[in-house]
Design a protein around this ligand. Structure first.
Ligand code: ATP
Length: 199
């Protein structure tokens, strides 16, 4: 089984951008947030639990997840968001483990917005954090998702502060307007491979 290295950071910090660099180095990437969205559509266990917890309206008449309806519930109430995460995270964590078990590269990257907030940190060999000033993160997400500053700030409030998150990481990539990403990724890859060679 390939060692799993977590890749995390606040909304708009640049996780997917950094993950792309690892992909070009031939490192497989598991995008936990995307897989979680797929699983909400395909996992019978998640479907049953979402229906029981949030009601029939969570899925439309043709069986599609009604993301707007669900977002309307969970982004207004932290308790409901916790419930949603408690339903989706365990299945996603297991999917990542199953996926890593069949990879042949020395290590793989698991990209996830929430790692320290759930049991996702368990079983990881290390965690890389992506850091960017919040003003830049807001600008990037407003441009990428064509949304308002208020909407981005609302999403940011549901994540633990970057200062805490980054302190828990083994490596941090600065993704601002000055530092280049590729040399930082290469240096971290060297450290990961050195760590794996001694373990
Ligand atoms: P989310 O948590 O919302 O999924 P993320 O951490 O994965 O975000 P990205 O999607 O990688 O962040 O980056 C957010 C936006 O900022 C994207 O449109 C991306 O192209 C852009 N971006 C990221 N890093 C840089 C950079 N160094 N220079 C210019 N644009 C960047």
């Amino acid at each position: 089984m390939a060692a799993i290295i977590g890749l995390t950071g606040g909304i708009g910090a640049g996780k997917t951008t950094v993950a792309q660099v690892f992909k070009t180095l031939g490192i497989p990437v598991f995008n936990a947030d995307e897989v979680a969205k797929e699983l909400m559509q395909t996992s019978p266990l998640i479907k049953t639990q979402l229906l029981t917890t949030f009601g029939e309206k969570v899925y439309t008449a043709n069986g599609e997840l009604d993301k707007t309806y669900l977002a309307g519930i969970v982004f207004k109430d932290p308790y409901q968001l916790e419930l949603l995460n408690a339903i989706v995270h365990p299945v996603t964590i297991q999917a990542a483990k199953d996926w890593a078990a069949i990879q042949t590269s020395p290590y793989v990257i698991k990209e996830a917005a929430l790692i320290f907030e759930s049991a996702a940190a368990e079983g990881l060999t290390g965690v890389i954090g992506v850091s960017a000033p919040s003003s830049l993160r807001i600008q990037r997400v407003m441009k990428r998702d064509a949304c308002s500053k208020i909407e981005v700030e609302q999403r940011m409030r549901h994540q633990i502060s970057d200062t805490i998150k980054l302190k828990l990481c083994d490596w941090v990539i600065e993704n601002n307007d000055q530092d280049l990403i590729i040399p930082q990724v290469l240096k971290i890859q060297e450290a990961i491979l050195a760590q794996l060679a001694t373990s």
